[in-house]
Design a protein around this ligand. Structure first.
Ligand SMILES: Cc1cc2nc3c(=O)[nH]c(=O)nc-3n(C[C@H](O)[C@H](O)[C@H](O)COP(=O)(O)OP(=O)(O)OC[C@H]3O[C@@H](n4cnc5c(N)ncnc54)[C@H](O)[C@@H]3O)c2cc1C
Length: 436
């Protein structure tokens, strides 16, 4: 049954809001603009129909839609991979724009979407589809590219990065969430095999992935990382099931059970698992920041457009300051944050050694906190302007209204950062004489 009410008019997205159009901004140079414009073109020509089909499935609440959604996500990831939009680690010499900047622009474009001149309509992005891209293309590919030997590269990296196999990264557990050092999953080495026993929670793409980078304790000791081939989810003693989340509904967030799963020992990555996980941290934070800002842009566009169209008490909503002011404030806050992301991405592309800088990791975490809070606030603007409609699937599904609520916690907890940061700021400095 289609849950949409025919009496609800579609929100007509305004064609041109210069402040919300990154292509119109002086922040990007001409090569970056060309890259983003090509991505928007791809979004329109190749992904539009699939993204629309994915959205449509949200309206049929009494029908099973999971398999249909899965097929669409797998198809979208393949299309992204074909154009090197899934992972940005391959063929760096071919591109005029740096690897991390490309990743940032794709994340922004896929989460936010863009205006199509040919269709004369706005092509909405989808943050949960982008989450799937990030998990396979970055959180799996980057650590594998960092540590893989020749065999592991050919066997596990190429099928994902080049051919678009779905992949995932498994870190979080029931006890080890923010505090990943509490990880318990055991990777017991037994001759030529590693036996995995334990559970993983909140794993994006978990139940649809072909490959997974799995973090756990080697022989109950140090944290290590191993690549798991899920054999198209048929791997013996491995079970993946969906965690039903509010928001991020197309990211296939899953719970994984490893009940003595046998994995070839040659799939183990060399080195400390924490080192491998942290190696990608700065880039991950930057990409999530770009996703959040793309999403914020999209939500601002929706609340702005609705405020221009909806009339109550004989006035259009935008004629009430209480509607207008908060939206304008968020639009104003968006651009400095975009500028910060762009600067960091350029900097990291030019100086890859900054990827291991603690200060850079802190700054990108700060950016992620501010960016995801702006996305969160932009959702509130949608609720405020849309009233009851905001709570219906008809209106909330195209906007991905609850996605930022998930991301305030997902992908590394904001509050942990807030707490650590405030402790550092407020730590009393010892009086000078104590130094002598
Ligand atoms: C949509 C989504 C997708 C995800 N995808 C993946 C994935 O692909 N792979 C993966 O491994 N994980 C994934 N996660 C998990 C995510 O990384 C964790 O949710 C996150 O690390 C928080 O862990 P937790 O949920 O156990 O919260 P907890 O660690 O239990 O924290 C609970 C609350 O307390 C706060 N808190 C905890 N410690 C502190 C502290 N020291 N100071 C202040 N506040 C603190 C947290 O911020 C949080 O708000 C995903 C999560 C979501 C929501």
């Amino acid at each position: 049954m289609d849950t949409r009410l025919k009496e609800f008019e579609e929100i007509q997205i305004q064609k041109y809001v210069p402040e919300l159009d990154l292509l119109n901004s002086s922040l990007l140079n001409s090569q970056e603009k060309e890259f983003l414009a090509k991505f928007y073109d791809f979004l329109e020509k190749e992904l539009y129909t699939d993204l629309k089909a994915l959205e449509e499935l949200n309206y049929f609440v009494e029908e099973p839609t999971q398999d249909k959604k899965k097929d669409l996500i797998v198809k979208i990831i393949k299309k992204l991979a074909k154009k090197e939009y899934y992972s940005t680690i391959l063929n760096p010499e071919k591109h005029k724009v740096g690897r991390i900047m490309r990743n940032v622009l794709i994340a922004y474009g896929l989460s936010g979407g863009g205006w199509s001149d040919t269709r004369e309509e706005y092509i909405a992005g989808n943050w949960s589809v982008e989450m799937g891209r990030l998990s396979g293309g970055t959180l799996f590919c980057n650590p594998v590219a960092y540590k893989a030997n020749e065999y592991q590269r050919e066997r596990f990296l190429v099928p994902v990065a080049r051919d678009g196999a779905v992949a995932a990264s498994g870190m979080t557990e029931f006890n080890a969430g923010s505090d990943i050092v509490r990880m318990e999953l055991n990777l017991q080495i037994n001759g030529d095999e590693v036996i995995a026993k334990g559970k993983k929670l909140f794993i994006t793409n978990g139940m649809i992935c072909d490959y997974l980078i799995l973090y756990g304790r080697i022989n109950e000791g140090q944290i290590g990382a191993i690549i798991v081939d899920t054999e198209k989810q048929q791997l013996q003693n491995f079970k993946a099931s969906r965690v039903n989340t509010f928001g991020m509904e197309d990211a296939f967030v899953s719970c994984l059970i490893f009940d003595e799963v046998r994995i070839p020992k040659k799939n183990l990555l060399q080195g400390s698992g924490l080192g491998i996980a942290f190696h990608q941290l700065t880039e991950e934070r930057l990409i999530i920041s770009a996703e959040a800002l793309g999403d914020a842009m999209k939500k601002l566009l929706y609340s702005y457009s609705f405020a221009l169209q909806r009339k109550q008490f004989k006035k259009l909503l935008h004629q009430y300051q209480i509607m207008r002011f908060p939206i304008s404030k968020s639009v104003r806050e968006l651009n400095p944050l975009i500028a910060a992301i762009i600067n960091h991405a350029r900097n990291l592309d030019q100086n890859p050694q900054l990827g291991t800088s603690k200060q850079m990791a802190q700054q990108t975490m700060g950016l992620k906190v501010s960016a995801s809070e702006l996305a969160f606030e932009s959702s509130i603007h949608c609720f405020r302007t849309m009233g009851g409609r905001g709570f219906t699937r008809h209106y909330s599904a195209p906007i991905g209204l609850l996605d930022p609520y998930c991301m305030i916690h997902g992908g590394g907890s904001n509050y942990v950062m807030g707490d650590a940061e405030s402790r550092r700021f407020f730590k009393p400095k010892p009086p000078k004489e104590e130094f002598y």
